[in-house]
Ligand binder design. Structure first.
Ligand SMILES: Nc1ncnc2c1ncn2[C@@H]1O[C@H](COP(=O)(O)OP(=O)(O)OP(=O)(O)O)[C@@H](O)[C@H]1O
Length: 308
């Protein structure tokens, strides 16, 4: 069997500042072509992790593999990364096009049409002589993304690119990222302190809290977790499933690895479900309605801990 390919693999990365751990045992694996949302509150360690990946700082412990290479092979592989970390590195007093020319020259890229191509890609081709200091926040973020795309990266790292944007701005960035992924087959790691903001932009979510990875979940699993259902616990799950199919005439349920069962129907008629189970000799250990908003889900994953 062919071994799974990873764009990035970290193993037990740790980093401290002034004796306190900012990253602790961070192990993540990113597969090609996916969009990973890195979600965590302010100070959770998102920027630090991105800086470690891009080689701006070094971890004290743990290891890192990029495109299958580690150790002395990392600097070469990092050329395949485009990033916008913390703030877009825009020069505010020259035009968007001049910004791109500046960074293109710095990177030694000869293409004559690169500026046109990137400006069109991020929807800034009509900005003409307007200076970035007068751009809206969304325009600045889009120019920052264009700059990060200069080397035609395969792996794009964006730190909070939707922070402070209005809902329309969030949608613009979302559409841009989805397009980049589709047209350029890029893998993206994008951070935010707000799970709902990245919802549907990301295919996978990594939740970080106080430097530790709390959860790695796919969009499908996230939606599954947030979908309302009746959670039923009982010792005889097979018998329970049989009663649900035969007596309640639905197959809209799922047996979980811990043998509890999630029933997605009859939410408005729970009394009928309870009565049917009793009538059929099912003894339940749990019978509750569950399902979360994205925000509640996030809070439940980080354990409801507030930052101090
Ligand atoms: N250079 C530094 N020196 C000292 N402490 C630092 C440094 N950089 C980060 N920290 C601390 O590390 C912790 C994690 O910071 P980081 O910027 O990685 O978090 P974040 O999740 O990106 O948060 P935000 O959303 O606020 O940017 C914070 O407590 C921060 O104060």
């Amino acid at each position: 069997m062919k071994e799974k390919e990873y764009i990035l693999r970290t193993s037990n990365l740790s980093k401290s500042y002034h004796g306190s751990k900012v990253l602790e045992d961070v192990s993540i694996a990113l597969e090609p072509g996916k969009i990973y949302g890195l979600i965590g509150q302010n100070g959770a360690g998102k920027t630090t992790l991105m800086r470690v990946i891009t080689g701006l700082i070094f971890p004290e412990e743990g290891s890192l593999e990029l495109f299958g290479q580690s150790g002395s092979g990392l600097p070469e592989e990092r050329k395949r990364i485009g990033s916008m970390i913390e703030y877009p590195s825009i020069i505010p007093y020259i035009t968007a096009r001049e910004n791109l020319t500046y960074y293109k020259t710095l990177r030694g890229i000869p293409s004559k049409i690169l500026e046109d191509e990137l400006l069109a890609l991020v929807g800034l081709k009509d900005t003409g002589k307007k200076l970035p200091k007068n751009f809206s926040l969304g325009m600045k973020q889009r120019l920052g993304i264009a700059i990060s795309l200069i080397g035609n990266p395969e792996f794009l790292i964006l730190d909070e690119p939707v922070n402070g944007l209005d809902p329309l701005g969030v949608i613009e960035i979302r559409e841009l990222i989805l397009r980049l992924c589709e047209e350029r087959h890029m893998t993206v790691l994008i951070s935010s302190h707000n799970l709902p903001e990245l919802y549907q932009m990301a295919t996978d979510y990594i939740i970080i809290h106080r430097g530790k990875i709390k959860k790695a979940i796919t969009l499908k699993e996230l939606e599954e977790s947030c979908k309302h259902h009746i959670l039923i616990g009982c010792r005889e799950t097979e018998k329970l499933a049989g009663v649900i199919e035969m007596q309640l005439h639905t197959a809209n349920y799922k047996v979980m690895p811990d043998k509890t069962l999630k029933l997605y129907d009859y939410l408005d008629d729970r009394e009928f479900v309870a009565k049917t189970l009793i009538d059929n000799g099912i003894v339940t250990t749990n019978f509750t309605v569950q399902g979360d908003t994205l925000e509640n889900y996030f809070i439940s994953v980080i354990g409801g801990e507030q930052d101090v």
